[in-house]
Design a protein around this ligand. Sequence first.
Ligand code: ZN
Length: 117
Amino acid sequence: MEIKHCASCGRPFERQKRFEKNWEEIKYCSSKCRQEKLEKKQIELEKYIVHKLDGVSNICPSQIAHEFYGDSWRAEMEPVRCACRRLHQKGVLLITQNKKIVTSLNFKGPIRIQKKS
Ligand SMILES: [Zn+2]
């Protein structure tokens, strides 16, 4: 089964009939993700996450959301988790659950992130 990771949300998605015509060019898992693309804010968020990982062994994404978005952080957890998935996929950081590196980016539940050594 061929799998790609969405350039927006970072989730894995499989090759399907609806992608058949142009699978090589497909970057997003859904039309929602294609519309959102990667806005400047998302790129800034990725940089911020990488910066925050300096000098700590691991960190909770909610802390990043809190510091990056301020009071509206609860509503912004999904963008932070999406950025974590993209960075994990790029090999910049590692997403862990219960101190183990996740085996799929379709994880559910709380995560922590750590720098890739
Ligand atoms: Zn997506």
